[in-house]
Design a protein around this ligand. Structure first.
Ligand code: IMP
Ligand code: MG
Length: 205
């Protein structure tokens, strides 16, 4: 699929089209339903990590049939551009998950630091089970020994945006997943990446 004209300057390619996402999200929901049906009854609590999951979550849960409650957690990693940084919780859980089956939803499983940290945090509230579901899995960059119970697509080590995922808070509204063009990610001398032309384009738009 060609990159729509509006985004041609910013994106290298469309990695996953809107149609592919829609099909896979439906089949992921079926997979999750099947797995949950093997657990003795009980109410599901879906815990979704902000902000990257908004589109994925909305599509996923509308295909889940069983009763559920929904909660959000905010985890910010103080990223420098595309490089992961220190993790901090910016929003805690509001619902009581004790004895519940938790489905933890995130956009991308990358190094694994985020999910690893969130799972450790959730365990202190004594849920019955914690299952993880991610839209994308980038196994090449994993530093934590962690596998998602449900993953939509396994992707190579590229920086993606769209369908909720951002670079410097932009591109979340794209209905597909695209690969960000490397020219949009500027390098700085200390080896860290910082926000590139995306920042400086504000005035030109
Ligand atoms: P991890 O802690 O390294 O597994 O990173 C997980 C988080 O980093 C995800 O929830 C995303 O918010 C973000 N992330 C990782 N890779 C990408 C990417 O390619 N595009 C946008 N965000 C990403
Ligand atoms: Mg995220």
């Amino acid at each position: 699929m060609r990159v729509p004209g509006r985004w041609r300057r910013d994106l290298q390619c469309v990695l996953i089209s809107e149609d592919q996402i829609a099909r896979r999200v439906r089949s992921l929901a079926r997979e999750i339903e099947r797995e949950l049906s093997m657990l003795p009854g009980g109410e599901l609590v879906v815990v979704s990590l902000l902000n990257g999951t908004v589109l994925f979550l909305a599509d996923l849960i509308r295909h889940l049939q069983r009763p559920m409650r929904l909660d959000f957690m905010g985890v910010s990693s103080y990223r420098q551009g595309t490089a992961p940084g220190k993790l901090e919780f910016s929003r805690g859980l509001k619902l009581d998950v004790r004895g519940r089956d938790v489905l933890l939803v995130d956009d991308i499983l990358d190094t694994g630091r985020t999910l690893h940290r969130v799972i450790r945090h959730l365990r202190q509230f004594k849920p019955r089970t914690i299952r993880t579901c991610v839209l994308l899995d980038k196994p090449a960059r994993r530093v934590k020994d962690l596998k998602a119970d449900h993953a939509g697509f396994v992707i190579p080590d590229v920086f993606v945006v769209g369908y909720g995922m951002d670079y410097a808070e932009r591109y979340r509204n794209l209905p597909f997943v695209g690969v960000l063009h490397p020219r949009m990610i500027a390098s700085v001398p200390d080896g860290k990446r910082k926000i590139g032309p995306v920042e400086s384009r504000e005035g030109r738009r």
